[in-house]
Each structure stands twice: as structure tokens, then as C-alpha cells.
Design a protein around this ligand. Structure first.
Ligand code: SF4
Length: 686
């Protein structure tokens, strides 16, 4: 096999890779000189080929038999079981009794066809995806401020010119290590309750109590106003709403912020002065400030700071969100979100409905309306008003959803659970039907990375016999449900061409991007409205995407976390990722080197907190919240806050961090509060 240029299967940085070898057990990966990674990969990227030959790789459809066991079946049998089940449930309970749960790792083509399949073949409004748990707060805040949300509205390489970068809730030294090379010249200000690997490299680490980042953001705006650091001409010319946002911020003077967050007033002042000292500053947010019941408001708070300092919409400075999942950006643009149609269009917008309906060859009234957001959808499964059947593509909600024991119960209450995956995830293990599908190096398609750059995923080897592509699976199911085959192309290029037409005129306009242009090496960032358009690597330079071209300050005020500590649950628990693992760990827990690096759940605890709780370094701990309990090995860490413990969320079974997390939802985004809940911790033998 000749070398194949493609991209890492994991995070939104989408590092460029070159694959050689040609067989699942011999394929080798090397980093390519792609701009975001420039010859580097992280540990996950280097070991990604191992998942291709995972010993428990799914290669045959599985159907649950009368004795309750999953047994191998032919594709025809499995698809017939699924289609018969869907038809029966729909006939008995209506189209919304069938639901679909997608993923932010699916290619653009899969995300697009999944949305179309749900709305046309199933006729259901009940579709959402795991990106609701990842990106939704930043998306809501970005859209409110700028008129459109694109993770980074500038290329990653622009960060090389930064003098100061504030990272709010982003631990990129572990989650996206190759990105760090672009920040080597910058002074980092890191906002994180935990002294993360990134915080350890920072010039300034602000360590707020979990759930208080919004108070901190308000306080930073306050300081900018009081110290005369607001870029008033920028605010007057390019923004609306400063006065109302400023009024809120003026109530958050540094000492009050210190009392609420624990961040010293002097450090707050230092942070704002560093950001305002020169033009070339950036503010970047990540899941740490976004995964809260006020996550969208918190991001708005940091965007307000960026606008006050005049950073967005200029070359050499800006605001951006560090998208998490591999196709977290494209995954939210093409119609697998409950409230959106392809092109990043609102599903309630009559013009958007008319356009997409015309591309799909149906009437606008044939398209269902908005459905439930991800957690609400999972919470409703198997209830009298909720879906009775669920199709899961590219997601593992039994591990990754908040209040995981409850979500597992809801999955178990379904009449029909169908999971399409390439490894037997914890959700697949519960399914009535499991469909074995291709993974990254076995398929063609496109992904859109955190810069809004559309990338080609290329096939480097044949899938194992018995495995099918998701696009073909969707078409075969659609045909069994009475749809014309011609409505569901299964060649990725054809699907992409239809996606381009569906996105035309939308906020995320892909209509000028083609496989041909991408294969010729063009760097194309959306929007790209025609085939001669060079794409848009930098957004907002002339105008923001609101009709009047101006950005909006969003009036926000601090509020407490949905669950505060109490005598029964005296500590905050916060969750996050580690270098060796990705998302629910379904892929990375199958890689020996990564398991050797971190093979089991752990909890980071301050030694004094541990001593008070009777915990020993290396011992077992039971972490209990109002929703359930998890077990983990104790790691003492003197840099932890005394009031906080940290648990990674990549592990299954009793080690699921989401057994304790709080599903309190952000009213603007539907994001659950993964990043703070109240717990107690005690030694255990389990
Ligand atoms: Fe893959 Fe992300 Fe690591 Fe790059 S940083 S190698 S894209 S996991």
C-alpha cells in the first residue's frame, strides 16, 4: 500500500497523519506536516492504529435472542429485526416514539445522512447527539455574540503570534498536546480549579472554586472598566450592549470576586493587565467553563471580556472555543442536532425548512420540528411520553451521559435499542441489535476541525469482512422503511455533494467545497459559498455575522452551581480528561500502551482533605453524590483545592465519574453540569 494522508481519529485538532502498512495489524502512523500539528502527535494519535485490530472488534451483526444473549446474525436478519421493530413501535406509538442519538466523531457525511434519515425515513423529531454534552454552551454563547459559532474563527497558527493567551477551562497540554507548540511564545493565563498540566506551564494560574468562573469573568470585565483598559472606540463601532453588561460587571469588584471564587484580587488585576498590555491577546474557552448549568452565560462572560478589550474580529487577536470531539465542529452543522437543519440552520426557520425540504425532495411540512436535547431525550427513554426505540451511532451514553446509572436504566427500559459501533461499547452491550461499522482508516469522508477547516478522511485499508459503512446501513434501513434508495446515497462523495447543496446560503456554507478541491490540497474553511471562493480562514474581520454586522455583549450575572456543598456532601467534584484517553474510553481503553499509562479510574485529593477523610495514597475511595457512587484509586495531590476532588470520566462500571455528576441543564444550551457537583468521599475496600 502506498502511504495515505489522513487525520487522527480522536480530537478536534485533527492532526495530520500518514498511514502505511495496508493491514489492520501492520498499519503504521506518522505525523504529517499539517499546520495544526507540524510533525507532532500525542500518545493517543501515535497508538490509534491499534484500535483497528482490537481483539474484540465487531465484525458480525449481533441480535439478542430469546435467552437474552447477543448472537451473531446475517446483515439481512439484523436489519430486518431493526426495521420490523421500528415499524411496529412507530405504528403503535407514533413517529416520535423512535429516537436517534448521534456523535461528534461522525464524519460530516454521516452526521448529515443521520439527520436526514431521522427526519424523513423515521419522521421523528427526536434526534440529538453527544455534542450537546461537549460544545453546546460555547455554541449558544458564540452565536449570541457573533451571529455564528465557529470554534476558532481564525487558524490555529495565528496563535503563534500571541503575546498573551487566557485559557479558561482548557487543559490542552493533556487534551491537545501538539497545540502547545503554537503557544510557546505566549504568556499563558490558565483558569482552572485544578493545577492541570497546562496550568503548571502558565505564567499565571487562577484557581477558582468549581462553579464560580462566571463571577471571575465578571470581575475581569470590572477591572478592565475601572482601570481604563476597555477599547472604547472598538466597543462603540463594532458592538452593541456594552452598557448593560458593564452594569452587571460593576457589581463584581475584585474583593467580592475573591470572596466568591478564591482567586486573589491581585491575580485578577494581573490577568487583565497582561491581556490588555498589547494588541496580540487571545481568550480561549474549553469544557471547564462550558459544562455547567450556566455554561453559556459563563462563556458569554469571557466573550464580554474579549469584546471589552477589542480582541475579536481582528488579525492577531481574538476569542475562540477549543472544540473537543474529532468532528465536534462539523458534527453540529449538518442536522443531527435537535434544533437544527444542515447549514447550521434553525429547524424552526421557515426559509431554512423550505430550502432543505427542496434539496431532499419533500414538502417543508413533511419535516418534523425541534426535538428534545440530549439529556432530556435520554431521560425520557422508555417512559409513557418518551421514545420506545433508540438508534445510537458513534456514541456511548451509558458512560458519557450525566447521572449515568439513571441513563442506563432508561436505556434498559427501551423496547428496541440499536447500536452501530466498531467495538462493543458499554451501550452496545445493552443493545437488542448491534451493527458493526467501519472506523476512521477504513473509510472515506470529511471532518471539520476546530478551525472550521474541512479535511479529507481517507481510506487506508479495507474494513474486516462483515463490516459495513454507516452510510450504507442508513440507506439499507431507509429502504426497508419504505424510502426510495435514491434518496440515500451511500458513497461519501455523493453525500457530501448533497450536503453542499443543503448548506448553501446557511451560516456554515460548504457549497464551494468539493472533494476535488480538498484532494488538490486547498485549505478550505467555511463559509465557502462557491467553487472559486478561497474559503474563510478568518471570520469577522470586516463585520460580525449579525445582520447589522455588530457583535453583542450578553448581559450575564453570576449564579451558584445547581448543587452546592452541604454537611452531607462537603466537597466539590469536578470531572475531566487525561492525556491517555478519549471521551468514554471505548476506543482508548482497547490500546495496551494507553491502558498501561492510565488503566483505572482515580480521584485526585489534597493530602489534608484525604487525611480528614481517612484516605491513603493508592487506597480505594468511594465518592458519593445525591445521585450515586463511584469508586476510584486515591491520588494525593497537594496542588488540589482543599474543597475539590477531580475524577476523569473515561472509565466504565463502578468507576464511571458520571455516576455522581449532576444532570442540571443550562437553559440556553441544554448542557449538563458535568464540572461541579457535591460529594462526600470515604475509604472503601471495593
Ligand atoms: Fe489526535 Fe488530538 Fe492527539 Fe492530535 S492532539 S494526535 S488529533 S488526539
Amino acid at each position: 500500500m502506498s502511504d495515505v494522508d489522513t487525520h487522527c481519529p480522536y480530537c478536534a485538532l485533527q492532526c495530520g497523519t500518514r498511514l502505511s502498512g495496508g493491514r489492520a495489524d501492520t498499519v503504521r502512523v506518522r505525523p504529517s506536516d499539517f499546520p495544526v500539528n507540524r510533525g507532532r502527535l500525542c500518545q493517543k494519535g501515535w497508538t490509534a492504529p491499534e484500535v483497528l485490530s482490537a481483539v474484540d472488534r465487531l465484525t458480525r451483526p449481533l441480535v439478542r435472542g430469546p435467552d437474552g444473549r447477543l448472537v451473531e446474525a446475517s446483515w439481512d436478519t439484523a436489519l430486518d429485526v431493526v426495521a420490523d421493530g421500528l415499524r411496529e413501535i412507530r405504528a403503535r406509538h407514533g413517529p416520535d416514539a423512535v429516537a436517534v442519538f448521534g456523535g461528534g466523531g461522525l464524519t460530516n457525511e454521516k452526521a448529515y445522512l443521520l439527520g436526514k434519515f431521522a427526519r424523513l425515513a423515521l419522521g421523528t423529531s427526536q434526534i440529538d447527539y453527544n455534542g450537546r454534552f461537549c460544545m453546546s454552551s460555547a455554541a449558544a454563547a458564540g452565536t449570541a455574540a457573533f451571529g455564528v459559532d465557529r470554534g476558532l474563527p481564525f487558524p490555529v497558527t495565528d496563535l503563534r503570534g500571541a503575546r498573551t493567551v487566557l485559557l479558561a477551562g482548557a487543559n490542552i497540554a493533556e487534551t491537545m498536546p501538539p497545540l502547545m507548540q503554537h503557544l510557546e511564545q505566549a504568556r499563558l493565563i490558565v483558569v482552572d480549579p485544578r493545577r492541570s498540566a497546562t496550568a503548571r506551564r502558565a505564567a499565571l494560574h487562577l484557581q477558582p472554586a468549581p462553579g464560580t468562573d462566571l463571577a471571575l469573568a465578571l470581575g475581569l470585565v470590572h477591572i478592565a472598566i475601572v482601570e481604563g483598559l476597555v477599547d472604547q472606540s472598538y466597543v462603540d463601532e463594532r458592538c452593541h450592549g456594552f452598557a448593560a453588561a458593564a452594569r452587571r460587571a460593576m457589581a463584581w469588584w475584585p474583593e467580592r470576586v475573591e470572596g466568591t471564587t478564591g482567586v486573589p484580587a491581585s491575580a485578577q488585576r494581573q490577568a487583565v493587565r497582561m491581556l490588555a498590555e498589547s494588541r496580540d491577546s487571545y481568550i480561549l474557552t474549553g469544557r471547564g467553563v462550558e459544562q455547567h448549568s450556566k455554561g453559556a452565560d459563563t462563556v458569554s462572560g469571557f466573550i464580554n471580556l474579549a469584546l471589552a478589550l477589542g480582541l475579536p474580529g481582528r488579525t492577531g487577536s481574538g476569542y475562540g472555543c477549543l472544540t473537543g470531539q474529532g468532528n465536534g465542529q462539523g458534527g453540529r452543522e449538518h442536522g443531527q442536532k435537535a434544533d437544527q437543519l444542515p447549514g447550521y440552520r434553525s429547524i424552526t426557520d421557515p426559509a431554512a425548512r423550505a430550502h432543505v425540504a427542496s434539496v431532499w425532495g419533500v414538502a417543508p411540512e413533511d419535516l418534523p420540528g425541534p426535538g428534545r436535547g440530549a439529556y432530556e431525550l435520554l431521560d425520557a427513554l422508555g417512559t409513557p411520553q418518551g421514545p420506545r426505540a433508540l438508534l445510537v451511532f458513534g456514541s456511548n451514553p451509558a458512560v458519557s451521559a450525566p447521572r449515568a446509572a439513571h441513563v442506563t436504566e432508561r436505556l434498559a427500559a427501551l423496547d428496541l435499542l440499536v447500536v452501530a459501533d466498531f467495538v462493543p461499547s458499554e451501550t452496545a452491550a445493552m443493545a437488542h441489535v448491534v451493527l458493526p461499522v467501519t472506523q476512521w482508516a477504513e473509510e472515506e469522508g470529511t471532518m471539520t476541525n476546530l478551525e472550521g477547516r474541512v479535511l479529507r478522511r481517507r481510506q487506508a485499508l479495507s474494513p474486516p469482512p462483515g463490516v459495513r459503512g454507516d452510510l450504507r446501513v442508513l440507506r439499507d434501513l431507509a429502504v426497508r422503511l419504505g424510502e426510495p434508495a435514491s434518496r440515500y446515497p451511500s458513497a461519501p462523495r455523493e453525500v457530501f455533494d448533497e450536503l453542499r447543496a443543503a448548506s448553501r446560503g446557511g451560516k456554515a456554507d460548504y457549497s464551494g467545497i468539493s472533494y476535488q478541491r480538498l484532494d488538490a490540497g486547498e485549505a478550505l474553511h467555511w463559509p465557502c459559498p462557491d467553487t472559486r471562493h478561497p474559503g474563510t480562514p478568518r471570520l469577522f474581520l470586516d463585520r460580525f455575522a449579525h445582520p447589522d454586522g455588530k457583535a453583542r455583549f450578553w448581559e450575564v450575572d453570576h449564579r451558584e452551581a445547581a448543587e452546592e456543598t452541604s454537611p452531607e456532601f462537603p466537597l466539590h467534584a469536578t470531572t475531566g480528561r487525561v492525556l491517555a484517553h478519549y471521551q468514554s474510553g471505548a476506543q482508548t481503553r482497547r490500546v495496551a500502551e494507553l491502558v498501561e499509562a492510565v488503566g483505572a479510574p482515580f480521584v485526585e485529593v489534597h493530602p489534608d482533605t484525604a487525611a480528614r477523610s481517612g484516605l491513603l495514597d493508592g487506597g480505594r475511595a468511594l465518592i458519593t453524590s445525591a445521585r450515586g457512587a463511584m469508586t476510584a484509586q486515591v491520588r494525593l495531590d497537594a496542588t488540589m483545592r482543599l474543597d475539590t476532588v477531580f475524577v476523569p470520566f473515561h472509565f466504565p462500571g463502578d468507576g464511571r465519574a458520571n455516576l455522581v455528576t449532576n444532570p442540571a441543564l443550562d437553559p440556553r444550551s441544554g448542557m449538563p453540569e458535568f464540572k461541579v457537583c457535591a460529594v462526600r468521599i470515604a475509604p472503601t475496600q471495593e
